[in-house]
Ligand binder design. Structure first.
Ligand code: SER
Length: 613
């Protein structure tokens, strides 16, 4: 059975039961600023579920395009998608549980409709809690349709309650239908159907959900009875199609297979082994991107709202494309997507040029970004030594602010690195507060760009925090340069940093000659020009001492210390110091180092003041 046949049969079946067909609403909700996309068929119908009269009456049926990005990490398995179509039938204060369940069963099992094997069906119903009672009516209705008791699970809110879609709104207990999908990839019947339903076994694939929306979740978190009892059902078209064709993989159906074939051709690689995941992600994401761009709302890739989701989808696809050797391919994939859907969603052909232009442009932009980001990542994290590198949210944010590398992509690259070699699994560690650190940095960044665009820093003063960070890193370089030029007995005696300058005190018996000063300055600037990464490792104090990292004499340290090093690795570092930070990420950010003053503070102690230009 084709996807086209299923859509047609569904609409026809419910039309026969007195429903009026309504078209799919836009992927971008009209009147709901709290969500970015239409995530379910009920979304555009919320006002009617709350009691407003629908012009077409109380029974409706539709095929709604949806985007859900909450599960984006799951995409890559055989049945999770960001874009999908939902078949839905609606009762707006008309029929309720009995009819909804009986019609679901008839549509699924009757030979005239889907004709699925009723012996491979299982269902779940709401078990009841303090908000709403056990759904005995649903339970009894399924029993009357000869579903064995062992295949009717009573499950809690976590499983059998749907909505509201946002914080508040219509919701209710539901009953879900599952089909035993286990078959071999050649379509042959696989394992026997188990006697009872088990929620944990993903071979029981959820295909349909009938929600009995009779509650309204209020702002106080209460469940108030609605003025009318509604039915909201949602049947995943992609999954149903898979089941109908005895397959175990949504990507092998007509809604995806042409895309996979195109990728096989472009990459000269088969849909097998480790290519499977990448091909699935690309197919899913570019399909979603094509639909968002084609949605007539003129959404383009950007850094906020829907545009950000779009950007993320395209960039993730491009990155996985790289993994299977694809380049400049997004437009060609979109062409196939449009081909699959052109008869159902005419907006895609209509907006074809807009779709192609935006995909290609974003792809090109990201290619550049990725190249630079990956190079930097390799430079920074490919070093093998005895130390564990702590990767903080700050590190990841720097990759974003300097290279446009999104957090997810950064984490993807890291995960891949860790999977490629056992060494990196044990030696690259995400900091415990990674997300918090990232979000805080992001917030600071946003605030900063807001204040600076509001003209607060018109005088040319940039962020004081950033400047002191830079000067702090420059101080480390200076200390090392002094040691190189004047000899190992140079020791730090004091340091003070403001947003404008650094001040560094050290022991040395005589005034620095002009030549010495020049040498120190040149050396620091040379290190800046080498674009050296700045990294932190956490280690036991005794191990840290063995690395030769310098630390302020007499300072107290705990058993574990953090060591900042400037250079490709701890071994080859130009500078290493016990230090609490913070530092900038790469010496390339520093500009030009200049000594503005060199003087005596007391006998044997000299002071340097320096700036960055
Ligand atoms: N709203 C329910 C769902 O999305 C049924 O359509 O699953």
């Amino acid at each position: 059975m084709t996807s086209e046949e299923i859509r047609k049969k569904y609409l026809e079946f419910f039309e026969g039961k007195g429903h009026k067909i309504i078209p799919s609403a836009s992927l971008v909700p009209e009147n709901d600023p709290t969500v970015l996309f239409t995530t379910a068929g009920m979304h555009p119908l919320v006002p009617y579920l709350l009691g407003e009269k629908h012009p077409l009456g109380v029974r409706l049926v539709d095929v709604q395009k949806c985007i859900r990005t909450g599960d984006i990490e799951e995409v890559g398995d055989s049945f999770h998608h960001t874009f999908f179509e939902m078949l839905g039938n609606w009762s707006l204060g008309d029929y309720f549980k009995k009819e909804a369940i009986e019609w679901s069963y008839e549509f699924l099992t009757d030979q005239k409709w889907l004709g699925l094997d009723k012996d491979r069906l299982a269902v779940s119903v709401f078990a009841g809690d303090s908000d709403a009672p056990f759904d005995n009516e649903a339970y009894e209705t399924w029993k009357s349709l000869s579903i064995p008791e062992k295949r009717i699970a009573k499950l809690p809110k976590k499983n059998n309650w749907w909505g509201p879609a946002g914080e508040t709104g219509p919701c209710g207990g539901d009953t879900e239908m599952f089909y035993w999908t286990h078959s071999t990839s050649s379509g042959q019947a696989g394992e026997e159907v188990p006697e009872s339903f088990n929620d944990d076994n993903s071979k029981w694939l959820e295909i349909w959900n009938d929600v009995f929306m009779q509650y309204n979740k209020t702002t106080e978190g209460k469940f108030a009875l609605l003025t009318q009892q509604n039915v909201d059902t949602g049947m995943g078209l992609e999954r149903t199609l898979t089941v109908m064709n005895g397959l175990d993989d949504n990507y092998k159906t007509d809604l995806f297979w042409p895309i996979i074939e195109k990728m096989e051709k472009l990459s000269d690689k088969k849909y097998e082994g480790e290519n499977i995941k990448a091909m699935r992600i690309i197919a899913d994401h570019l399909k979603a991107a094509t639909f968002i761009l084609g949605d007539e709302k003129g959404i383009t890739p950007s850094n906020t709202g829907q545009g950000y989701v779009l950007r993320r989808l395209i960039r993730r696809a491009v990155r996985y494309g790289k993994q299977i050797g694809l380049k400049s391919f997004t437009k060609e994939i979109a062409e196939v997507v449009i081909g699959i859907y052109k008869d159902v969603y005419s907006e895609l052909s209509k907006n074809k040029d807009f779709i192609f232009a935006n995909l290609s442009q974003e792809e090109e932009k990201f290619e550049k970004t990725l190249e630079n980001g990956l190079k930097e990542f390799e430079k920074r994290y490919s070093i093998r030594d005895a130390y564990t590198r702590i990767i903080s949210g700050l590190n990841a944010f720097w990759f974003f602010s300097s290279f446009g590398l999104p957090k997810e992509v950064f984490l993807d690259i890291l995960k891949e690195k860790q999977n490629s070699e056992e060494y990196f699994k044990t030696h690259l560690k995400i900091s415990d507060q990674f997300n918090q650190e990232y979000d805080e940095e992001l917030k600071k960044h946003q605030e900063l760009s807001r204040t600076s665009s509001a003209g607060m820093f018109k005088g040319g003063l940039s962020d004081a925090g950033e400047e002191t960070k830079k000067l702090h890193t420059a101080t480390h370089l200076l200390r090392q340069a002094l040691e190189n030029v004047l000899g190992e007995k140079v020791m730090q005696r004091g340091s003070n940093i403001t947003a404008e300058r650094l001040r560094f005190d050290f022991n040395h018996d005589s005034k620095l000659t002009a030549e010495e000063k020049q040498k120190v300055e040149d050396l620091v600037n040379q290190k800046i020009a080498e674009n050296l990464p700045v990294n932190k490792v956490i280690m036991k104090k005794i191990d840290a001492e063995k690395t030769g990292a310098v630390h302020a004499f007499g300072d107290k340290y705990g058993d574990e210390v953090s060591v900042y090093f400037i250079g490709p690795s701890l071994e080859e570092a130009y500078s290493k110091e016990f230090c609490g930070g913070p530092h900038i990420q790469n010496t390339s950010e520093l500009g030009t180092f200049k000594i503005v003053k060199e003087e005596a503070v007391s006998a044997g102690i000299r002071r340097i003041k320096a700036i960055l230009e």
